[in-house]
Design a protein. Structure first.
Length: 479
């Protein structure tokens, strides 16, 4: 099998190599031309600047001779420094097309100009009329010589530049034909390559694209894709065909699994509801309560009424929704039973916003949370155990907090509580009066409200645990 990747890699490397060679050649040629042009232009500027500075030197010295103003001395010193730097540059820069002796003579004239200028200023300071008259004339003459020499040197440089310009024109002409030939050959090669690739690549890909659109529309029964080439496109088409069959099979399995999960959830809820379904026990407790009342055993009668209320809640329809007020009443009865059992060892507190009590929640939600705090939190304490229930509104949500000061919950237990592993019904319901544990409450709330994060646990070992419910504020029935 000839790999498309190998074909593309070879052609890509060939094009890259070709363009790199061409680019480097163009860059080298252009850099050379620019460098030569820049050097020539810099030399023109340098000679022109020296000529101007020599003229300025004479003007400043002559002005000082006439007016004797120290300002002209300062200006002269500034021009002198710049002229000396330019004279040094004449030695450092490679001056082509000019005789070495001529250049050295030119530099000596600049030094003589500055020397005579200094002597002129010295003579003026000491009022030596004959001396500064002679020296200022010499400054003028040297400045004129420098100007004439500069023109002569520029003529030499221009002659050299003319040769360079002719060479540059020849290069430009050659480069033009080179660029035309390169563009033509590259265009022809690119067209041939594009035609060759499109012949064996675009048609199969078009068929694959059409089949993919059918799959995205939900049609998994399209005709098989036929590819004649023996490359990755054929492998892609075969893989796509297998993927289409697998997706079709997975969709059918997901539909079957969805129906099965729905059935299992209903069976699980029914199972939880029927774990305690001995109606005769409820009727018997009512009878015992009436007998205790007739025998003036008021405490016993009250305790039996609490147990009856708890059983009545457990035997109700677990799928229906109840108000928070009804759930709180069940929690109060559970508190009474445990308070009677443990007396001063355990205390219970309820703090609630009355405006929140009409909110609908799933039945048997709060009591299992309170019982969990009791069994796993404060039951083992010898004294000082406290369980509190707090209900309040926060923005658009009703917050329910069940807090205890028990032994707390470690991280491993918290992870197990919030894990998605199947619930062990025997383990989950062990020790609970209603047969509904914390993990089951979480699962029921997520099923009812169709969102996660409804229940949160904050705990610190040996300091206590807070279970917090964040319930949407719903007054009507919930499904």
């Amino acid at each position: 099998m000839t790999s498309i990747r190998n074909k593309l890699l070879v052609y890509f490397l060939a094009f890259v190599l070709l363009f790199n060679i061409v680019s480097y050649a163009i860059y080298f040629s252009s850099s050379q031309i620019v460098s030569e042009y820049h050097g020539s232009f810099e030399r023109f500027l340098l000679f022109n600047e020296i000529s101007q500075q020599s003229t300025q030197v004479y003007e400043k010295v002559n002005a000082y001779v006439v007016e004797k103003d120290p300002v002209f001395i300062e200006e002269y010193e500034d021009i002198k420094k710049r002229l000396q730097k330019n004279n040094v540059r004449l030695q450092e820069d490679a001056i082509t097309g000019i005789n070495k002796e001529e250049l050295e003579k030119y530099q000596r004239m600049i030094k003589n100009l500055l020397f005579e200028s200094d002597l002129t200023i010295w003579a003026v300071r000491y009022d030596n009329l004959d001396q500064y008259t002679t020296h200022v004339k010499e400054v003028r003459n040297i400045s004129s010589y420098i100007l004439e020499s500069t023109l002569q040197l520029l003529n030499f440089e221009l002659a050299e530049y003319q040769i360079f310009y002719q060479e540059m024109e020849q290069r430009q002409h050659s480069f033009k034909w080179f660029a035309i030939n390169l563009f033509s050959s590259t265009l022809i090669l690119a067209l041939l390559t594009a035609v060759w690739f499109s012949k064996g690549l675009t048609n199969p890909l078009r068929n694959l694209s059409k089949a993919a659109k059918e799959v995205s529309a939900g049609n998994f029964d399209g005709p098989p894709i036929k590819v004649k080439t023996k490359d990755e496109v054929k492998v892609l088409s075969e893989t796509f065909q297998n993927m289409r069959e697998n997706i079709k099979q997975l969709v059918e399995e997901i539909k079957e699994k969805s129906e099965l999960d729905k059935l299992l959830k209903e069976l699980e809820l029914n199972h939880l509801q029927n774990q305690i379904n001995p109606h005769f026990l409820f009727n018997t407790l009512n009878t015992i309560s009436r007998m205790a009342y007739l025998e003036d055993a008021n405490v016993t009668s009250r305790l039996i009424q609490s147990v009856s209320t708890l059983l009545r809640s457990s035997l109700g329809d677990i799928n229906k929704s109840v108000t928070l007020k009804e759930e709180v009443n069940v929690v109060k009865e559970y508190f009474y039973i445990q308070k009677t059992r443990f007396v001063e060892r355990i205390s219970f507190k309820i703090e609630m916003d009355e405006s929140c009590l009409d909110t609908k929640i799933p039945a048997l939600t709060l009591q299992p949370l309170v019982e969990n705090s009791f069994i796993h939190g404060v039951e083992g304490l010898e004294e000082g155990g406290v369980i509190s229930l707090k209900i309040y509104q926060d923005d658009q949500n009703i917050i329910v907090e069940v807090t205890d000061n028990g032994k707390g919950i470690d991280d491993e237990t918290k992870q197990r509580i919030f894990s998605r592993e199947p619930i062990d019904l025997h383990e989950e319901h062990s020790g609970h009066s209603t047969g509904i544990g914390l993990r089951n409450v979480i699962k029921r709330l997520e099923l009812v409200y169709k969102q996660q994060g409804i229940l949160d646990i904050s705990s610190e070992l040996n300091k206590g645990t807070t279970i917090r419910l964040k319930l949407p504020d719903r007054k009507g029935e919930i499904v």
